[in-house]
Design a protein around this ligand. Structure first.
Ligand code: B12
Length: 343
């Protein structure tokens, strides 16, 4: 991540802000943001050019194993405080209809849609922010009780796309137009197009789309005819069995894993599960890149934590053997193995 270049003041503020996050100094962080507002920088820019890129940098530092999970949590808490302070400073009054902003079921990345919610508020919308992991049924009953102009749904992890689709469909049945966003839909929104839903790359585009109801409602149909082969559904049913057998296989073939501490064992089980979940999501949208981008990311994350790439290759080979009767899954696993081999 590089510092924002829009204005010398902002670039300097960005490095001060990162220092505050690193030192977990929330008072100084709020001061950095409010000083920019005092200097006349619009609240929207403070949110999108200071807080958002700083959070991406937090993620990069965690990925490189330079920051612990605790440091990431502390930094995110501070950014949440800063967003609240910027929102209070700007104090917009609603002049337009209600927009409901929520995270998909199982999605805990609430800060990105919170930024979107605040930008919508700054542009006059009356925003109800429902936060992290909202169950579909509860969202729908909320929409029935409150007259919403639109609903904005966030997904940061591609593995949540099948849930995202169910949630989008549930909102549609309530006749409320949906806009989605977040890293989970792919950098260019290609998986949103597969699901047949309007997508916005960032908060300002989301605000433009919400204001344009005709475009918001004019979405092409979902392209999911490949689901007829049932590979996705049967993989989801076999998740537990696959993870158990992959762990047994790893213990046999990679003796170092036998001496793992309980914490290492826990994160190994999580990773084995993520591989199945990303594979399932790639089957759902039928896109190899969803799986290969994930494998590339996982190899980096594990390498930075001392786990060599071939360990990922072993598990992909194990899953390929177990799923040899599923042609699409076999194709994806093969593509994943090529990514590992090229590292
Ligand atoms: C903070 C954080 C968390 C916090 C979230 C707390 C919170 N209150 O949000 C916690 C600790 C919960 C968390 C958990 C996890 N996280 Co996390 N997390 C992050 C981090 C560091 C910052 C998120 C953030 O605030 N980003 C800033 C915003 C601005 O990001 P943005 O996507 O660019 O947002 C813009 C657009 O995408 C768009 N947009 C975003 N949302 C929406 C929504 C709508 C409706 C619209 C229209 C537009 C839109 O507009 C935004 C502004 O213009 C990211 C790193 C990153 N690069 O984002 C990792 C990251 C997203 N996490 C990651 C991972 C792996 C996880 C975990 C799986 C880790 C684990 N092993 O447990 C879990 C999964 C939890 C779950 N099931 O949801 C990975 C995902 C990688 C991948 N392959 O998909 C990332 C990228 C870290 C990394 N560098 O590897 N995480």
């Amino acid at each position: 991540m590089t510092a924002p270049t829009t204005g010398v003041g902002l670039a300097a503020a960005w490095s001060r802000y990162l220092h505050c996050l690193a030192e977990a100094d929330e008072y100084a962080a709020v001061e950095v943001a409010t000083r920019l507002l005092d200097d006349g920088l619009p609240a929207e820019r403070v949110l999108l050019d200071l807080v958002a890129p700083a959070q991406a940098e937090v993620g990069d530092r965690w990925a490189r194993n330079e920051w612990s999970v605790a440091q990431e949590h502390a930094a995110t808490h501070i950014s949440e405080r800063v967003v609240a302070a910027v929102a209070a400073y700007a104090g917009p009054r609603p002049t337009r209809g209600r927009v409901v902003v929520a995270c998909m079921d199982g999605e805990w990345h609430a800060l990105p849609p919170r930024l979107v919610a605040e930008v919508l508020r700054l542009r006059g919308w009356q925003v109800t922010f429902l936060g992290a992991s909202v169950p579909a049924a509860h969202l729908v009953s909320y929409l029935h009780r409150h007259d919403a102009h639109a609903v904005a749904l966030a997904c940061a992890l591609p593995m949540r796309l099948p849930h995202a689709h169910r949630m989008i469909e549930a909102c549609r049945r309530s006749d409320v137009p949906v806009v989605v966003g977040g890293r989970g839909f792919g950098a260019d929104g290609r998986w949103a197009r597969r699901l047949g839903v309007a997508w916005a790359p960032d908060a300002p585009s989301a605000a433009d789309l919400v204001a344009d109801e005709r475009t918001l409602r004019r979405t092409p149909p979902a392209e999911l005819s490949h689901l007829a082969d049932d590979e996705y559904a049967s993989l989801v049913k076999r998740r537990g069995e696959l993870v158990d057998s992959a762990l047994a296989d790893l213990r046999e073939r990679a003796p170092a894993t036998r001496d793992y501490t309980p914490a290492q064992l826990d994160s190994t089980v999580s990773d084995l599960g993520y591989i199945v979940d990303f594979l399932a999501a790639a089957l759902y949208v039928d896109d190899d890149t969803l799986f290969t981008e994930f494998v590339d990311w996982l190899v980096d994350i594990l390498a930075n934590r001392g786990v060599p790439a071939p360990a990922v290759g072993l598990t992909l080979t194990h899953y390929a053997e177990a799923l040899r009767d599923s042609p699409r899954a076999a194709r994806l696993l093969d593509a994943g193995r090529k990514v590992v081999a090229a590292r």
